[in-house]
Design a protein around this ligand. Structure first.
Ligand SMILES: Cc1cc2nc3c(=O)[nH]c(=O)nc-3n(C[C@H](O)[C@H](O)[C@H](O)COP(=O)(O)OP(=O)(O)OC[C@H]3O[C@@H](n4cnc5c(N)ncnc54)[C@H](O)[C@@H]3O)c2cc1C
Length: 369
């Protein structure tokens, strides 16, 4: 007979799947539910950073990701269409044990799901959390099929519109920007398959990242991106097109009694820096350690989770907001600063590595105590 679940994981995005994997490997029985009838096929995240690859190493998922993913070797920076600097990445100098790789989020989720299935855990789909309440001894979750499940701990990884966060009446303070950003996954000839391309234009940033094979991801704002491709590039099939707006928000607390929040349910920020999914997986890693201790009789450890993660995640939201502010600023003063500052930064490894570490997840240690 299966042991009764000790942790109900709400949401099977990368954060929930990673938590399920880390907990199961620690011997904690889990139940994973997701409101979606099927896994999402579109991919928001592309960059899997060295920190994530480090945390997933023992699960075998790192090897699976690296076998399938594409390496990104350099970032070419332009201003008004003219080359400004090429940022080569010195992995050793940054203390990275793995390189940043590119893999569509849907594939990362699929590889996490396969690893979880190998441990006998599957996601119950089409089943959402609708309400929750808790006492000093347990959490009761009401589900979309009308049933109620009572568990010792609930892990809320239910994304930016988190039902759990709202049920706990937690504020999600922060701000949002009005301009609509464009996202296109499109076949291109012209760009190198292992380099990122950023052009800081007076009308808004133009970012091109390798997606997979001949497909690239374009992100930016301003004129339609396909109408303003760099000289010599040509576009083919468009696979996905979406508009999104950027917000930066950080939940006021990440643990309340026996409920812990993680990933986009707890913090959202711009995709510049490629941190969201990676940060959620990091939350999951720390949560698994704390929840295992809590369930084996260390009552303060769920509070520890919130205490450990909140300052780390809040700092990432702040840093990514600052980085994105610099990228989206179209003022003449910002344009002049870029022309003067970026070439200098590109030639100053100490400063460059500090900035790159934000994207690599290596800007802070992962602390469990
Ligand atoms: C354009 C773009 C590019 C990005 N690029 C990157 C990148 O390169 N690298 C990176 O690290 N991050 C990136 N991100 C961010 C990343 O996609 C998110 O941070 C990541 O998906 C968060 O994972 P999550 O598991 O916390 O939440 P989600 O992926 O949102 O998953 C939440 C899950 O919960 C389920 N759910 C929702 N409500 C309920 C409910 N009531 N009950 C049960 N289940 C529920 C949903 O169906 C979903 O499966 C990008 C984001 C965008 C928009």
């Amino acid at each position: 007979m299966n042991a009764a679940p000790q942790v109900l994981i709400v949401g099977a995005g990368p954060t929930g799947l990673a938590a399920a994997l880390f907990l199961t490997r620690r011997g904690v029985p889990v139940r994973v539910i997701d409101a979606g009838a099927e896994p999402t096929r579109t991919s928001k995240a592309l960059g899997v950073n060295p920190r994530t690859l480090n945390l997933l190493e023992d699960t075998g998922v790192t090897a699976a990701i690296e076998a399938e993913a594409q390496a990104m070797r350099a970032l070419r920076l332009h201003r008004r269409g003219k080359p400004l600097a090429t940022l080569g990445i010195d992995w050793a100098a940054m203390g990275a044990e793995h390189r940043m790789v590119i893999l569509p989020q849907a594939r990362t989720e699929a590889l996490l799901t396969v690893a979880l299935a190998a441990l006998g855990v599957s996601v119950e789909r089409g089943l959402g959390l609708t309400a929750l309440s808790q006492t000093a001894d347990a959490v009761s979750a009401t589900l979309s099929d009308g049933s109620t499940r009572t568990v010792p701990v609930l892990f809320a990884a239910d994304g930016a519109h988190s039902v759990a966060r709202k049920a706990l009446n937690l504020e999600f303070p922060g701000d949002g920007w009005n301009e609509p950003w464009q996202l296109l996954d499109v076949d291109l000839t012209g760009p190198a398959a292992d380099e990122g391309w950023i052009d800081l234009r007076p009308e808004g940033p133009f970012v091109c990242l390798p997606f997979s094979g001949k497909t690239f991801r374009l992100i930016g704002f301003g004129p339609p991106m396909l109408d303003s491709l760099p000289a010599g590039w040509t576009a083919g099939t468009v696979h996905w097109r979406s508009d999104f707006r950027i917000s930066h928000r950080m939940v006021e607390r990440m643990s309340v009694g026996r409920v812990c929040l993680a990933g986009d349910a707890a913090h959202i920020h711009s995709p510049i820096g490629a941190r969201g999914m990676n940060l959620g997986i990091e939350d999951a890693f720390v949560f698994a350690a704390c929840a295992t201790d809590f369930l084996s009789g260390q009552p303060g450890r769920l509070d520890d989770y919130g205490r450990l993660r909140h300052p780390v995640d809040a700092a990432v939201v702040r840093n990514v907001r600052a980085l994105t502010s610099a990228v989206r600023n179209t003022s003449p003063a910002a344009d002049l600063m870029r022309r003067l500052v970026i070439p200098v930064v590109a030639r100053t490894p100490f400063v460059l590595n500090r900035i790159l570490k934000v994207g690599m997840g290596l800007d802070h240690p992962v602390t469990l105590r």
